[in-house]
Design a protein around this ligand. Structure first.
Ligand SMILES: Nc1ncnc2c1ncn2[C@@H]1O[C@H](COP(=O)(O)OP(=O)(O)OP(=O)(O)O)[C@@H](O)[C@H]1O
Length: 126
């Protein structure tokens, strides 16, 4: 019971841990950095092409989901590496399935980007 109480952190600490996680991923994970750079380009494109509020909602969900997915993938990689450095088929499955989840979301995000931006890019050049 006392140990249970000790483990509970105030809400502010949970936010702090979350921000520390974001900072660590942004500082150390190349894939997260790539997604953040792409996000900046997509947001700038949103302003340049004056996308509407529903398109912004789709873009915000895509960016938030993509970066979150990459961070969860990183967390799974770290957990597996902490558990074993030896080859293990389950370690491979865990990492590959997590990477697959990122890929599924990335494909969906690219499709959303194409639906929103491709007609505008064509209109720009025609
Ligand atoms: N302990 C392990 N046992 C079996 N296969 C592993 C193990 N660690 C990594 N792998 C496999 O080796 C490949 C490379 O994994 P690695 O951990 O280097 O990450 P990655 O997929 O290159 O991602 P990132 O570039 O984000 O680090 C993947 O197919 C992964 O499943």
């Amino acid at each position: 019971m006392a140990a249970d109480k000790q483990r509970k952190h105030p809400l502010a600490s949970s936010f702090k841990f979350g921000f520390e996680g974001i900072a660590a991923a942004a500082a150390k994970e190349r894939n997260v950095q790539i997604h953040l750079a792409i996000s900046v380009i997509v947001i700038l494109s949103g302003f340049i092409f004056s996308i509407n509020k529903y398109e912004w909602i789709a873009i915000i969900l895509s960016i938030g989901g993509m970066v979150s997915m990459e961070m969860i993938n990183t967390a799974i990689e770290r957990t597996v590496d902490m558990y074993t450095k030896e080859y293990h088929p389950l370690a491979k499955q865990a990492k590959d399935i997590a990477a697959g989840a990122v890929l599924v979301f990335a494909i969906a995000s690219v499709m959303i980007g194409i639906i929103i931006f491709l007609p505008r890019i064509f209109a720009w050049f025609s």
